[in-house]
Design a protein around this ligand. Structure first.
Ligand SMILES: [Mg+2]
Length: 215
């Protein structure tokens, strides 16, 4: 990352342009961590005021508590889009039940990320099928994407609609390779960061804006 940044600086080109120049700006979601519904309400109200239109909510511990959190977020930010990140917290049966209950309550997510354990490929595919066809929800793989072999499998077997890739996991060259690999597959890409430095998050932002292929 430092070398790419040094090259960009030496030729006086901003990083986003070096990565492809598609855009110099990005829309991003703000994250609501696993928390109480009261705290989630306050955070959602704060992000609403700041202009965030999409919120990523960490769930997957307790179905009823999770639904309360979502309803609190919806009350504080009536029109926001949801990305639900279960961080492998459910079985496939529970994840499908979650979708069913959320649909009943009118808090259906846009993206349901990593609903089941990283190695439960079959469960991931089962949740995806129901999410896609019954609720119009995209399922994303995060922890299930450990390397290019995983991504190839997810792509070829049509297991999910979206993959979440991280700069800290794949590096700049790895991400460029993945982007090339999934180009014609219809698989969509999202990018996020895990407790990285501001510098690394900045590079990820430039990369995503410059490449322009992250939703
Ligand atoms: Mg995640």
């Amino acid at each position: 990352m430092a070398l790419v940044d040094a090259v960009a600086n030496s030729i006086d080109v901003p990083l986003w342009r070096l990565f492809g120049g598609v855009s110099d700006s990005l829309s991003t979601a703000a994250t609501i961590p696993t928390t109480s519904s009261a705290k989630a309400f306050d955070l959602a109200a704060k992000y609403y005021k700041l202009g965030f239109k999409t919120l990523e909510i960490k769930l997957g511990r307790n179905l009823n508590a999770d639904i309360e959190v979502l309803q609190a977020v919806r009350a504080a930010h009536p029109h926001c889009l949801f990305i639900l990140d279960a961080n492998e917290g459910y079985t496939s049966k529970e994840a499908i039940e979650v979708l069913h209950k959320l649909n009943e309550k009118g808090v259906i997510p846009t993206v349901f990320e990593q609903p089941v354990h990283r190695d439960d490929w079959r469960g991931l595919g089962d949740v995806s099928n129901v999410a896609r066809h019954k609720y119009g929800v995209s399922v994303a793989a995060d922890e299930s994407c450990r390397d290019l072999t995983d991504i190839k499998k997810l792509m070829e077997e049509n297991i999910v609609d979206v993959i979440n890739i991280k700069l800290s996991k794949f590096g700049v060259l790895g991400i460029l390779e993945i982007v090339e690999m999934v180009k014609k597959s219809g698989l969509e890409l999202m990018i996020d960061s895990v407790a990285e430095t501001r510098l690394a998050t900045g590079v990820a932002g430039h990369l995503a804006a410059g490449l322009g292929c992250f939703r």
